[in-house]
Design a protein around this ligand. Sequence first.
Ligand code: GLP
Length: 252
Amino acid sequence: MAPGMTYPILRRAKVVRTPTAREAAETACRLIVERVTAKPDLVLGLATGRSQLDVYRGLVAAHRAGDVSFARACSFNLDEYIGLPPSHPASFHAYMNKNFFDLVDLPSDRSRVPDGLANDPNEEARCYEMSITEAGGIDLQLLGIGVNGHIGFNEPGSSETAGTRVATLSAATRSANQRDFADGEAVPEQAITMGIATILAAREIVMVATGLAKRDAVRRALDRKVSSDCPASFLQHHPFVTLICDAEAFPD
Ligand code: GLP
């Protein structure tokens, strides 16, 4: 397969393979800028994780160059750990503030992350789902993928019909995410996450997967067997998905 080309893949998903992770992020960034330019009041679904860092760097650079404004857009993040305040460096809220929200013109009252400190996390999840609906639904959902095929915090075994809810993290995910926490500090056991149904309701989905560690998850996501064993495989049921991979995640 030639690098940088677009491949029609199983069912309706399309894969764009780039030589490097940097180029994968640049491709995602260009796509997002294009969509926000075409629809300035775009409702964005946002993701965290290392795979997204260069996407945000690119978006911030494009904003600084005057190529894109988020002033009329709004955003909903996929997930947040239960028990972590936005001031905790490993919280997804802190990640978003540091890498995106504080650096662009997206209004703070229109950039939402689930509240990890809500008194009633189940109620917070219900309200979050309702806010997405009230905003008119997500136009463009950015996604990463976990080493076990999770999307958001929808771990293996998650139902395709689940909405935003409280989810228990798998041992594999907690161990993969330990790197974001201080030595000896436990990764929270639960999170509030958009459900698979919430994600599939987005009008367009862009997944960025880079690095060798994601190769198996990507292969299973594209497998003919759609199964909750690999929650990302449910994306095959969506009509408009672009999977952007580097050569390590999607080999020849
Ligand atoms: C976390 C997030 C996911 C993200 C995944 C992969 O578990 N909940 O939304 O896709 O990490 O992150 P990374 O890109 O750091 O590998």
